[in-house]
Write a protein that binds this ligand. Structure first.
Ligand SMILES: Nc1ncnc2c1ncn2[C@@H]1O[C@H](COP(=O)(O)OP(=O)(O)O)[C@@H](O)[C@H]1O
Ligand SMILES: [Mg+2]
Length: 489
């Protein structure tokens, strides 16, 4: 058994590890899961002797290891494959392996090294670079494979892998997993560091979750639902608490779609759609893409006119109080060649606020940009950054920020979290929940059933332009899947 006890490690003012206990048993693949910066690599370095902890100890089968000595860790049977390979870049791979103990010890016979490496590589199903290739000219993936080969040549009892799959090609993954399963079957310990939930769930026997230098879940089952793992990893960034999600609504109608029709080329795209939105809840609309959702959003954004029926606002709602977040943020939501603050002003309601006569108050618009960057945690250098410079998640945060800044009564959101990472998804969901909890009405149009089931009070299904409300008993992914397939429409 490998055990790390009460490990604390500081880097200046950063507490990278704060009293961490970690245990892994012979014959298991143990995933060490955590967001960037959680302390995973630091913990690996402490276990492998590459970093000396401020306090705590590492034991293997009960025997304490000499902290901060990689040689001793290796002698005891602990080998590590680093996130950024620890190799001599200017040397050939054979020279690197020779220094790592390949070939006849004491004499650097590169042909013997290559032969030994080739034998081991074929046994492990790994590919080697061409003869005498210098490492700095090879890909990271090849370098990591060499590190893996070097680590395995020691026949370690414990193999620690730091985010190995991020450098593997998808085609290499199956072979890699087989290799790990073989090591497990031989009774070795594999510690697999990753920040990918799905990966940890698929491959590990048990999972330990680190957050901000602390263990927040110890050796839990890989069957733990993704949502729960996400919550553990992200902590306060976690998806909204189920109890905080308003369901039932205030009953105060803010928007009524009445028998809405959209006919194009003789085809009904929207076919008699009636839906009432009220404040204080998130109303869901589930559907397979292409069943009229995009057109519905365009009708609500008033870029299309209905062929029949009406969109009616309650007496206290104005048209400018409907904010629309379209699904295609790059084409319909933002202008990528414009700056962040210019994109905010694309919303007429906001533009109005910063216009004085025919003058635009640019300083004020920039100030809103700076405020939005801080409040919605948008990673952008300044309000003058171009939307094109933002990552997908940050573009989505910008769209949500723009909608919220309008202080609307209604938000129409279409596939709002598609392609976002966990942290961004959780933030966007929380913004919607807070908005609804404060009395706003949300129409969440999505093909993501988990999202809809988690957030929505009432839930409708759209198929071929028709909608139907779901019964509570139908709110399971299986039943919804059938309804979305349109048996009823
Ligand atoms: N050598 C170092 N010097 C200063 N800070 C460090 C060093 N190594 C790690 N840290 C800090 O410790 C924290 C944990 O980092 P790390 O163990 O690399 O996390 P992870 O591998 O989970 O992404 C981070 O805040 C990181 O910036
Ligand atoms: Mg790391």
């Amino acid at each position: 058994m490998l055990a790390a006890r009460a490990i604390t490690r500081r880097f200046g003012r950063t507490l990278a590890l704060d009293g961490v206990d970690f245990e892994a048993h012979a014959g298991e693949i143990h995933a060490l899961l955590g967001e960037n910066g959680a302390g995973k690599t630091t913990l690996m370095n402490v276990i492998a002797g590459a970093t000396r902890p401020n306090s705590g100890e590492v034991t293997l089968d009960g025997a304490a290891l000499n902290a901060g000595s990689p040689q001793e860790a290796l002698k005891a049977g602990i080998a590590a494959v680093h996130q950024s390979p620890m190799l001599f870049e200017r040397m050939s791979w054979e020279e690197n392996l020779a220094l790592g103990g390949f070939g006849r010890r004491g004499r650097y016979d590169l042909r013997a090294v290559a032969a030994e490496a080739a034998a081991l590589a074929s046994q492990l199903g790994l590919k080697l670079p061409p003869p005498r290739a210098i490492l700095e000219q090879r890909s990271v993936s090849e370098r990591v494979r060499l590190e893996l080969l070097r680590a395995l040549s020691f026949e370690p009892l414990v193999l620690i892998l730091d985010e190995p799959t991020s450098v593997l090609a998808p085609s290499e993954l199956a072979g890699f997993l087989e290799l790990l399963e073989r090591l497990r079957a031989e009774g070795r310990i594999v510690v697999w560091i990753t920040h990918k939930l799905a990966e940890a769930r698929a491959a590990a026997d048990r999972i330990t979750v680190l957050r901000q230098g602390r263990v927040v879940a110890r050796a839990i089952s890989p069957e733990t639902p993704e949502r729960e793992l996400a919550q553990l990893m992200l902590g306060e960034l976690a998806p909204p608490d189920a109890a905080a999600i308003p369901k039932g609504g205030s009953g105060q109608s803010v928007l009524l779609l009445d028998n809405l029709l959209l006919i194009e080329d003789g085809r009904s795209i929207i076919d008699g759609l009636t839906l009432e939105l009220s404040g204080g809840e998130i109303t869901g609309l589930a559907g397979v893409d292409g069943n009229g959702q995009t057109e519905l959003v365009e009708l609500l954004a008033r870029v299309r006119t209905p062929s029949g029926g009406s969109i009616r606002l309650s007496a206290r709602t104005e048209a400018a109080e409907i904010a629309v977040i379209p699904q295609d943020r790059d084409h319909d939501g933002l202008v990528l060649d414009m700056t962040l603050w210019e994109n905010l002003l694309l919303e007429p309601g906001l533009r109005e606020r910063f216009t004085n006569g025919s003058w635009l108050d640019v300083a004020k618009a920039r100030a809103l940009g700076a405020d939005v960057i801080a409040r919605y945690k948008i990673r952008a250098a300044s309000p003058d950054a171009l939307a094109a410079e933002l990552s997908g998640g940050n573009r989505q945060r910008l769209e949500v920020a723009r909608a919220m800044s309008l202080k609307p009564k209604v938000i129409i959101a279409h596939n709002i979290c598609r392609g976002l990472d966990l942290a961004a998804t959780a933030d966007v969901h929380r913004a919607l929940v807070d908005f609804a909890a404060a009395g706003g009405a949300v129409l969440l149009i999505s093909s993501d059933l988990d999202e809809l089931l988690a957030l929505c009070g009432r839930l409708f299904v759209i198929s071929r332009g028709k909608i139907r409300e779901t019964e509570p008993a139908e709110r399971t992914p299986e039943r919804l899947g059938l309804l979305m397939a349109g048996a009823w429409s």
